[in-house]
Design a protein around this ligand. Structure first.
Ligand SMILES: CC(=O)SCCNC(=O)CCNC(=O)[C@H](O)C(C)(C)COP(=O)(O)OP(=O)(O)OC[C@H]1O[C@@H](n2cnc3c(N)ncnc32)[C@H](O)[C@@H]1OP(=O)(O)O
Length: 388
């Protein structure tokens, strides 16, 4: 256990017309430091997760963290990017810096502002994280890519429309209890299962309720080495971290297997010396409901092709044997790309500290995070445990 989360901050996710990337960054940077009980003089390194790819004209955004406080002047600050896993890439980069003993305290910020971009442009901007020669022309954007995956999964393993609607309904129900969530409405299974004016098909078998939201927002965590962390208010340790990067072209692999996700999960569980049964909860990357379904298989909760069992048997509800996405996930909480992975870590730390309010899983001791970029291309798993 070499690095710990010692503080965090999270803006509400949603459409924030009055905010900018800069104002979101400044807000969470200052709030996370206050939560950790530190000032800029205590921070050795800054890592920013920001996908951008054209959502906002301002690039070079690591420098914007310095706008939070003049005390950050001359600190090392770097932006990292790994598609929709950008936030976890930033968190893991901060951990590596601490493990390399180049820093004792690292401030990690994740941010994205997507909603100022006009509708069709949003899809094209996100598709820059696909393999352009194969998927760059998909008119439905990333929803089109996952629509194809859902269609192929249905062909191989049978129609999963009920299971996908159950996942959507579960995550929307959970989102009601999340004060940071973009949608806090219990839509119910029937609404999610049925095509309607309010819930049209978007791509292949995926309806609107099968898709994550387009969001603005930011989150931050303060990381510290264990020795430093144990002198602070709280310490949530990384018991394991794993990152597995897979081929970008989907033609080079069986995309229905999420083998990169499975590899990252296997590595992290082995490193932590635990099995999936030991986890109290998981925050997983439900960019589309079919992704959460396949992730059940990749994490080892069910056999291949049987992901639906996990939701049908109620295992992944808040009361189930492994609650998945008690925050409401990307589905209800929202998915501001660069912020998502940082948010998952902040929310898991809240759970382990008993600070999750209505989202709280009673007596949570170990939390798993899975954040992915592309179709299981960038795969990050963290296992978190409170030690103070
Ligand atoms: C690896 C990865 O992470 S890839 C993932 C990257 N992210 C994405 O691709 C984002 C996917 N989502 C989307 O593109 C959009 O949310 C869409 C296409 C599904 C829906 O967008 P639109 O059709 O433009 O919906 P629009 O913004 O006009 O909203 C219409 C209504 O639907 C609701 N709505 C919009 N999106 C969603 C959603 N994903 N789920 C549920 N309700 C939604 C809105 O709140 C609004 O409700 P109201 O009429 O009661 O006010």
């Amino acid at each position: 256990m070499t690095a710990c989360i010692v503080g965090w901050s999270h803006t509400p996710f949603g459409k924030h017309d009055s905010e900018t990337v800069e104002s979101l960054i400044v807000r969470v940077a200052n709030e996370a430091m206050a939560h950790a009980g530190i000032g800029p003089q205590d921070v050795d390194e800054i890592v920013l997760g920001h996908y951008n790819a054209g959502f906002t004209p301002q690039d070079f955004t690591a420098s914007l963290v310095l706008q939070a406080d003049d005390g950050f002047r001359f600190k090392p600050a770097t932006r990292v990017e790994n598609a929709c896993a950008t936030g976890s890439a930033a968190v893991h980069q901060g951990i590596k810096t601490i493990e390399a003993k180049r820093a004792r305290v690292v401030l990690v910020v994740g941010v994205e502002q997507m909603t100022r971009t006009p509708g069709p442009e949003i899809g094209r901007t996100l598709l820059k994280a696909s393999y352009l020669p194969e998927d760059g022309d998909n008119p439905a954007g990333f929803a089109g890519v996952f629509g194809n995956i859902a269609g192929a999964y249905f062909q191989r393993h049978g129609d999963q429309s009920d299971a996908l609607a159950m996942i959507a309904a579960k995550n929307h129900q959970n989102g009601v209890q999340n004060p940071y969530a973009q949608m806090r409405k219990d839509l119910g299974f029937d609404f999610c299962r049925t095509e309607s004016d309010k819930n049209p098909f978007v791509a292949g078998p995926l309806k609107r309720t099968d898709c994550s939201l387009v969001s603005d927002g930011a989150a931050a965590v303060v990381l510290a080495d264990t020795e430093t962390a144990l002198r602070m208010r709280r310490a949530v340790a990384f018991r394991a971290t794993a990152h597995a990067q897979d081929f970008l072209p989907m033609s080079k692999r069986d995309v229905l297997k999420f083998e990169g996700a499975a590899t990252a999960w296997a590595r992290a569980l082995a490193q932590a010396g635990i099995t999936l049964d030991d986890l109290s909860l998981v925050e997983t990357h439900d960019c589309f409901t079919v992704a959460e379904l396949i992730e059940y298989e990749a994490m080892g909760l069910t056999k291949e092709g049987r992901g639906a069992d996990a939701i049908r048997e109620g295992w992944t509800t808040k009361e189930g044997k492994l609650p998945v996405n008690p925050s409401g996930g990307l589905k209800a909480k929202g998915h501001p790309i660069g912020a998502t992975g940082v948010s998952m870590h902040a929310l898991s730390a809240m759970q382990l500290c008993g600070d999750a309010g209505g989202m709280q899983i009673p007596d949570a001791t170990l939390a798993g995070v899975f954040n992915m970029g592309g179709v299981a291309v960038a795969n990050y798993v963290s296992v978190l445990e409170r030690i103070k």
